[in-house]
Design a protein around this ligand. Structure first.
Ligand code: P1T
Length: 379
């Protein structure tokens, strides 16, 4: 089956008890057992819930993996991956990451004796240079949040295989419609389901998709033991949202391109970050590993004034000033004070996240209205 058919049907059979075509919201915390341990596959809802199971199967199919696990947030999913490690282990990751991921790595897990190397992953040679006998995990985002760096997943997978490391890819910005990292050799795909997969800015959720049975068993153990599992209502909302993922992504990409082209010649823009431009570093890799270039765009202003960025961010009429991304509605975000405020200023600026940077999540509204809004806000 092709992607759009899977988005609508995968994991979802008519309900065996009633024939309900849409997967019911199994709003229960526990399940009847005929005698201790004798149940119908469900014992306690932290471990398993039929609404969540349907979604997990659907997401696994969309990523082309054997297994899926849904978490109560993207951070919950990331947390489970890091808990595969032990004190003394080392991780190689990027110098541009979602601020919350950086915060978890440095503030939560470094005190437990893990070491994180934040490196320029655009060049596989730099990654290779940081591998040592303690390295266990390569964690990457591509495109990165918010500077849209493109990391070569296949090249990273080669290094991971050579040194027997786990390669985990945060695929949030691409969505499974644009990119499937396990097809390129990654071991774990992570999603903030909150974003494109859910698509309607009404749910917080995360997911992990994997092929290897042992890896799945280890992650499922952490999932159930640590308990960052989502409820059935949220699972239902995401099952509903994901049915239109392929249609939404086409429009996100179409609108994203138009907005990027508009900004490219705007006299106030200094740097513009969108992987669809041929002069974007690693544009060729983006072309190779992504179906299209997505609807996430960042830019900085000539003169680098935060005041001017704040003024623009507050002047939009269609774009909403808010954290998050990937919903049907367009959002604007100021990374330095919002999504990436937990990264020290010097490190932020080294990654290009300057005080005048704004990040757009281009929604699926009519493009004419978005361009009019951008024009007036920048004026
Ligand atoms: O918010 P949550 O579902 O826990 O997902 C965290 C997360 C993980 N990875 C990436 C690439 C992300 O962008 C996020 C969340 N990001 C935002 C809220 C944001 O506005 O960038």
């Amino acid at each position: 089956m092709k992607f759009g058919t899977k988005a609508i049907h995968a994991g979802q059979e008519p309900d065996p008890t009633t024939g309900a075509v849409m997967t019911p919201i199994y709003q229960t915390s526990t399940y009847w057992q005929a005698s201790p341990g004798k149940h119908q596959g469900y014992a306690y809802a932290r471990g398993k819930n039929p609404t969540r199971s349907a979604l997990e199967k659907c997401l696994a199919e969309l990523e082309g993996t054997r297994y899926g696990l849904c978490f109560s947030s993207g951070m919950g999913a990331t947390d489970a991956v890091v808990k595969l490690l032990r004190p003394g282990d080392e991780v190689i990751t990027g110098d541009d990451l979602y601020g919350g991921t950086y915060r978890m790595f440095t503030k939560v897990f470094e005190p437990f004796g893990l070491k994180f190397h934040f490196v320029d992953m655009k060049d596989p040679a730099v990654i290779r240079k940081h591998v040592n006998s303690k390295t266990k995990l390569i964690w990457l985002e591509t495109p990165t949040n918010p500077t849209m760096q493109i990391i070569d997943i296949e090249a990273c997978a080669k290094i991971a295989k050579e040194f027997k490391l786990i390669l985990a890819v945060d695929n949030t910005f691409a969505s499974p419609f644009l990119q499937n990292p396990t097809n390129l050799g990654a071991d774990i795909v992570m999603h903030s389901v909150t974003k494109y997969i859910s698509g309607h800015s009404d749910v917080i959720m995360g997911a992990l998709c994997v092929n290897d049975e042992k890896l799945y068993t280890d992650l499922a153990f952490i999932h159930n033991s640590c308990g960052a599992t989502p409820g059935p209502m949220d699972s239902f909302l995401v099952l509903r949202g994901v049915k239109t993922l392929h249609i939404r992504m086409e429009r996100h990409c179409f609108n994203g391109r138009k907005v990027a082209e508009f900004l490219k010649t705007h006299p106030k823009i200094d740097k513009l970050y969108w992987p669809g431009f041929p002069d974007h570093p690693n544009h060729d890799i983006a072309k190779k590993q992504m179906k299209d270039f997505g609807g996430m765009i960042s830019f900085s202003l000539k003169g680098n004034s935060q005041e001017e960025a704040f003024r623009i961010a507050s002047s939009f009429k269609v774009f909403t000033l808010a954290e998050s991304l990937g919903g049907v509605e367009s959002l604007v975000n100021h990374p330095a004070t919002m999504t990436h405020a937990s990264i020290p200023k010097a490190e932020r600026e080294r990654a290009g996240i300057v005080d005048s940077m704004l990040r757009l999540s281009v929604g699926i509204e009519d493009i004419d209205d978005l361009l009019i809004d951008l024009k007036q806000a920048l004026a």
